[in-house]
Structures are given as C-alpha cells and as structure tokens.
Design a protein around this ligand. Structure first.
Ligand code: G1P
Ligand code: ZN
Length: 543
C-alpha cells in the first residue's frame, strides 16, 4: 500500500454552512472536491496524526464511496484508528454518542440531513468535535481557510475496506473498526428512559406508527421500539435505509410525512405517531387528531421531562434557537430555570451543554435534544414522549391541552420561500434591515412594534460573538416575526419567515392557528415587501 500526495488547487465555495458543507451530490463527485475538503478538515483541526475518529453517515447515495476515500486519506495522514458504523451507517446522534463514549478525537458525519438523496440530489459532510458536537465557528472558519490554500492532499492507494464485516482490520498502519451502529445508542436510551413503563404501555394495547422515511433510523427504531419495547411488528414504517430514501424527501413535517398526518387525523388513528429525518436527528410528534409543533414539543418535554429517570433530578436549564417559539421560555420562567436564546444551528448549544448550564434544548425545525449527546436526537425525543405518556397516563391531545391551559399558547408557523434568486432574497433582507431602526412604536395588525433588531449572539461560555443571525421584530402583543436566510440550501436562496402569536386567554387557546396568525402574516408582508420583491404569491413550504 502506497501513500501518494496528489496535487490539487483550491475549489471555490467550500464554506461550511449551518451544518457542515452541503452541495449537490454531483458536485461532491467532481475530481478532488471531497478530497480537498477532507484534507482541509484535517488541516483545520491541527492534523490527523495519531488521532482516532468516528466515521459514518445516513446511507444516502455516495455515502459508502465517500467513506472509502476518508479512510484512505485518514490512513495517509497518520490517523491511528477510525471507527465506522457497519455498512457505513451511523445516525447523527449515534455518531455523536460514539465519539463521546469512545473518547475519540472527533468524527466525520456524512449527511445532507432531510434533503433528498441520490446522484441528482444532495450530499453533505461535517466534522464533529471530541465532545460529539458540530464544530464551532472558529473551527469551521479554519477549515474554510484551508480550502482556500490547499495545494495537495495525501491518500493511500489501497483496496476498499469491507464495511459490512464487523471487527478490526488494518488499512496501512491505521486500524479500522467496524461496529454495530445501533448497540451503543440503544444502550444509552435504556439508561435515560423507563423501558418497563413503555413496555407496559404497548402491552396494554397502546398503538403507534413510526415512519423512518427509508432513512437511517429504520434499524434503530426497529431494535428499540419493536424488539426492546415490545411494540408490534409493523410499528416501524419504511424501516430499511435506501440510497435515495425511496425517492422521497426524508423531512419529518406535515408536508413530507403527509401519510402519517393523514393517518392520525383519520378514523383509524393510532394513539401516537412519529417520524424522523434522513440522518435521524429530527423528529415529528403526532397524537390522535393532533400535530405537535416542534416548539410546543420542546415546551411540553421541558415541563414533563422529570417523569423520565434520566431527568428525574430536574433540568439545569433550557435553550432554544432564536426563531423557535417562546413556549419553552414560559415553562422556564414558571419553573425558575434559566433559558438561553441561541442562533440557528445545533453547534450553538454545545458550550451550554458542556458547561452544565442546560439539560434540554431545541429548534423549531424539528430538532430536540439533551445533554446525553451533542446533537439533536429524533428517536430520543420520541422515547421521551413515550415515557411521559406512559407515566402520566394522558394522551398526546390531553398533554397539549393541559399545557396550553397552564402556560397559554404560542401559535406558530414558518413560511419558506425556496430557490429565490440570491439578489432578490438579499433585497428582502435589506428592506427589513433598513427599517429596523424606525419600526419601534409603529403599529401593524399584529400590534405595536416593541423592538426590532438583527440578532447577534454572545456565547456566555467562551465569549465568542456571532453576528447576522436573523432579523427579528417583536410586537407588544407577544407576537414576533423573524426573517432569515437558510444556511443549508443548495439552490439559490431560501427565505424563512417565522411567525408567532401568543394567546394567554384559556378559552382561545384551542383556536385555529391560521386565524390566530393572520395578523402577524399580514404585518410581515407589509414590513418586508417579500411577495412584491420576489414575485411569489405565497410560501413554497409551510411548516
Ligand atoms: C436548518 C434549520 C436549523 C437546523 C439546520 C440543520 O438550517 O433551520 O434549525 O439546525 O437546518 O439541521 P437553515 O437552513 O435554516 O440554515
Ligand atoms: Zn437531520
């Protein structure tokens, strides 16, 4: 086996976004594209020599090819060992757990999350730190800087490693260990939740559907729900991971997981339903006749987490990304917990978790998690819900109604305008940005503006500052509008408009969200001129 040094040159646009580098799969397949980025990761983290890494992905098209390249490059750069999920599979939270549990030097995760997979779809790669969490901005900045200076990369000339064969093999002087991707993760879940109580729930005839959306959570959900918790066979839908996610869009929301939503709204609704995304870090929660918004889910979990053994001692604090609704803030205030507001993206929770300031955190984009790993975790959220349902004896609808009766309701929706020409998207943002200073005191259908600013975050742990994290307008009624450009899209720009209205009046909390939010939606349009500037008549996706 020979180590070769291949001459290359910087490739434009290898800037990690909200969650690593995401591009069209064909872009990743271009000569040197993946190799340049992998070498730049090694440069950005101070080299690979002597280090141990975890590598795995969500099984999408090109996952296995990319892993073979990464293994040969890690070996050529002197890495001591790489731990790989069998067949190249590791859900993002399971990878985070593996990185932590084996006390490694970090990991490389291959995924484009909820984006479709396939040669004409999307691919992605990101580096996670030894704490199991996504690399923070100083590291991604160093990686990006390295992509601009790269002149060569090192790679071993070798045959493929058999990713199906469990156990250790050698690749040059590096050890490759192929591990079961589910075992350690399932064991971790057993330490957090009352498996007996959940088992009892299923034994009593409780019904559930989990849609793995042909993505990575299939094997995890089948092992945990059907084998360990005794849910009937068939509880897990679409449980075999496929390279193109069954030609679907593995995004657990009411648009892409519509069959599940239709089921719970129909006559044969199960007691509980849930779905996860391509790489297993997102979740959608449903009950008979109800869809639980991710922001509400975070709040309900924060209010009831003590019912699960792993959280029985209470929470240190909570955090949410800025555009996530303020429902969890109300729980925190009532329970005397500190509540942090961070920029969009899981990497911003890492310091708060490491420093013991928070136990639970979440985002409106269907991400919820805790200090058990350093990524959001779809199945974990499902299991925490199951634990709460089992111990409280309430249905999903009852839990939600009781929650709103106690805390009031933050009606919430997000409107996405996708594949917008970049200059038009920037024009929308500039329009709002230009008005921020004058907005306070002005009246709109949603109320009188009480504050308006561009969100910047000062990390309380390491004092780093992140600017340009979204434009937010708050009204005296408790309503809010947030405008942001997506940092994960692979085509043009995606404008996200986050809309929220608060209702504290108990008889009104059961109202229709569309109606409750109509004044906020109208105010957002007046402030941004979005539809006029983009020529769009409405959002492409509403979640
Ligand atoms: C999106 C979500 C964000 C999430 C990220 C990675 O990022 O909005 O909450 O952390 O995907 O899953 P965005 O495209 O908005 O930058
Ligand atoms: Zn994901």
């Amino acid at each position: 086996m020979q180590r070769v040094t291949v001459a290359t040159a910087p490739i434009d646009g290898q800037k990690p976004g909200t969650s690593g580098l995401r591009k069209k799969t064909r872009v990743f397949m271009e000569p040197h594209y993946l190799e340049n980025f992998v070498q730049s990761i090694f440069t950005g983290i101070g080299g690979a020599a002597g280090k141990t890494f975890v590598v795995g992905g969500d099984g999408r098209y090109f996952n296995d090819r990319a892993i073979q390249v990464i293994l040969r490059m890690a070996a050529a750069s002197g890495a001591a060992k790489v731990i790989v999920g069998q067949n190249g599979l590791l859900s993002t939270p399971a990878a985070s757990n593996m990185i932590r549990k084996r006390a490694t030097d970090g990991g490389i995760i291959l995924s484009a999350s909820h984006n479709p997979g396939g040669i004409d779809a999307d691919f992605g790669i990101k580096f996670n730190m030894p704490n199991g969490g996504p690399a923070p901005e100083d590291v991604t900045n160093r990686i990006f800087a390295a992509t601009g200076e790269i002149a060569s990369y090192d790679i071993l000339e070798a045959q493929d490693v058999d990713l199906a064969q469990l156990g250790e093999t050698a690749l040059g002087e590096m050890v490759v260990e192929i591990v079961d991707p589910v075992e350690d993760y399932a064991a971790l879940m057993e330490t957090l939740f009352d498996f007996d109580a959940i088992h009892g729930l299923f034994a009593g005839g409780f019904t559930m559907c989990f849609d793995a959306m042909h993505a990575v959570t299939g094997p995890y959900a089948t092992e945990i729900l059907e084998r360990r918790l005794g849910a009937p066979a068939g509880t897990v839908w679409n449980g075999v991971p496929s390279q193109d996610f069954g030609k679907g869009h593995p995004d657990p929301n009411p648009i892409w997981a519509k069959p599940l939503v239709d089921l719970v709204m129909g006559a044969d609704a199960p007691d509980f339903a849930a779905a996860s995304d391509g790489d297993g870090d997102r979740n959608m929660i449903l009950g008979k006749g109800v869809y639980v918004t991710p922001s509400d889910s975070l709040a309900v979990l924060a209010a009831n987490a003590h019912l699960a053994p792993g959280y029985a001692q209470g929470l240190a604090g909570v955090a949410r990304s800025m555009p996530t609704s303020e429902a969890v803030d109300r729980v925190a205030a009532a329970k005397g917990l500190s509540c942090f507001e961070t920029p969009t993206g899981w990497k911003f929770f890492g310091n708060l978790l490491d420093d013991g300031r928070i136990t639970l955190c979440g985002e409106e984009s269907a991400g919820t998690g805790s200090d058990h790993v350093r990524e959001k975790d779809g199945l974990w959220a499902v299991l925490l819900w199951l634990n709460i349902l089992a111990v409280s004896g309430k249905s999903v609808a009852e839990l939600l109604q009781d929650h709103w009766a106690e805390y009031g309701r933050n009606f919430y929706t997000r409107h996405d305008y996708e594949a917008v020409e970049t200059d038009k998207a920037n024009a929308v943002m500039d329009t709002v940005r230009g008005k921020l200073a004058d907005l306070p005191g002005q009246s709109f259908p949603a109320g009188t503006v009480s504050s308006a600013d561009e969100f910047a975050y000062d990390d309380p742990v390491d004092s780093s500052r992140s600017e340009g994290q979204g434009l937010r307008v708050r009204f005296d009624t408790g309503a809010r509008v947030v405008f942001r450009l997506s940092g994960t899209g692979t085509e043009g720009a995606t404008i996200r408009v986050y809309l929220e209205a608060y209702e504290g009046d108990a008889p009104k909390v059961a109202g229709d969200p569309e109606e409750a939010l109509s004044a906020v939606i109208a105010s957002a349009e007046t402030i941004s001129n979005l539809r006029a500037i983009t020529g769009r008549s409405g959002p492409d996706v509403t979640t």
